[in-house]
Write a protein that binds this ligand. Structure first.
Ligand SMILES: [Zn+2]
Ligand SMILES: [Zn+2]
Length: 350
């Protein structure tokens, strides 16, 4: 049999196997979901290989497990938590605009305008608009009038005189609040769009950016800890087969490359969190009309480091969609003012 014939035979067998599995696993019939499922399996396998090889080769580690079980117990806990966080993040919603719009309609909620708590913001007339997901807020939006209400609400976030047409998504046909972008992979508009993560198979936006940060932090911790265990094994002065060392060194090199990438990603996203920016806003700043004229060192949506951090991690408004209006020219002017000694003493950046 020629190699081409053999390849065709494999492809036909694979297609037949998928056809048989499709009724049991409907997701296998969709190529995109199949790819993502393959990625998930690869990720779990990769983690299992790293930990499995370690326990298989390192007899000292098994001895250490018997002597200090808590050490390995915590390591395995980090391992499980990382994988759980991966699935938790990949299954979470990034905050789709269409869902925010429906939530407003279905719960008949009031789009209430909340005043900002920081001193500078409190003095301005702008605030963030929030839509509760649960039916625990007073007030109503007239059903059937949702699209008009939505357009009115959104246009209030833009400077007076802005055209609805300029901010209507041509794919979803809904008016986009500021900081929203249409994701072509998800085919939906996403609130505070950061990026579409192929590794997680979902968009990263307002709804899951915090979970994404925690996932990177956990994966980095796991990588560092695994690296330490690998180095400890290689440094141990015991007789062992050369090929075991070879496998461990190869895995350690790959792990180091992943670790560098993860550390850079963690630092980058920490910077974004502290300045209340998204990857999309940072990379495409000159292409976003309302950010184009703002100086590079000015972070238009930042409310100070402490407030940004609080909103990102500990904001009690978990069950709501938050939409931020564009800052006024006075606010931008205040933010672009150079720092004086008094500003540093008063912690203006916080
Ligand atoms: Zn859209
Ligand atoms: Zn997406």
């Amino acid at each position: 049999m020629t190699s081409m014939g053999f390849c065709r035979l494999i492809r036909v067998s694979w297609d037949q196997a998928l056809e048989r599995c499709s009724p049991v696993f409907p997701c296998l019939s969709d190529p995109a979901r199949r790819t993502f499922l393959g990625l998930k399996v690869a990720l779990v396998m990769l983690h299992l290989i790293y930990v499995g090889v370690l326990f298989l080769f390192d007899t000292n580690l098994i001895q250490k497990t018997k002597e200090e079980p808590w050490y390995i117990a915590i390591y395995l806990l980090v391992f499980v938590a990382t994988l759980a966080q991966y699935f938790f993040t990949s299954g979470s919603s990034p905050g789709y605009v269409i869902d925010a719009m429906r939530a407003g309609n279905e719960s008949h909620a009031t789009f209430r305008k909340t005043s900002m708590t920081s001193k500078r913001s409190a003095s301005s007339q702008s605030g963030s608009f929030t839509i509760p997901i649960e039916e625990n807020q007073p007030g109503k939006i007239t059903p059937g009038n949702n699209t008009t209400s939505w357009a009115k609400l959104v246009m209030d976030m833009y400077p007076h005189g802005s055209s609805v047409r300029n901010w209507t998504c041509m794919y979803c046909n809904i008016v986009q609040p500021p900081r929203v972008k249409h994701c072509h992979d998800c085919d939906k508009c996403v609130l505070q769009f950061d990026h579409h993560c192929l590794w997680l198979g979902t968009c990263i936006g307002q709804g899951n950016h915090c979970r994404f940060w925690w996932y990177i932090a956990e994966e980095t911790t796991l990588c560092i800890w695994t690296g330490i265990l690998y180095i400890t094994y290689l440094k141990a002065n015991i007789a062992r087969a050369w090929w075991k060392d070879g496998i461990m060194i190869l895995l350690l090199v790959a792990l180091s490359i992943c670790l560098i990438f993860l550390l850079l990603l963690l630092l980058f996203h920490s910077y974004l969190v502290l300045t209340n920016q998204t990857t999309y806003e940072l990379v495409r700043r000159r292409r976003i009309p309302y950010l184009r004229g703002i100086p590079e060192r000015v972070y238009p949506f930042s409310k100070g480091i402490c407030r940004n951090l609080y909103n990102f991690c500990c904001d009690p408004r978990r069950s709501i969609y938050v939409m931020e209006p564009l800052p006024t020219s006075q606010e931008l002017e205040a933010k672009s003012r150079p720092y004086t000694c008094l500003d540093v003493l008063c912690c203006r950046c916080c």
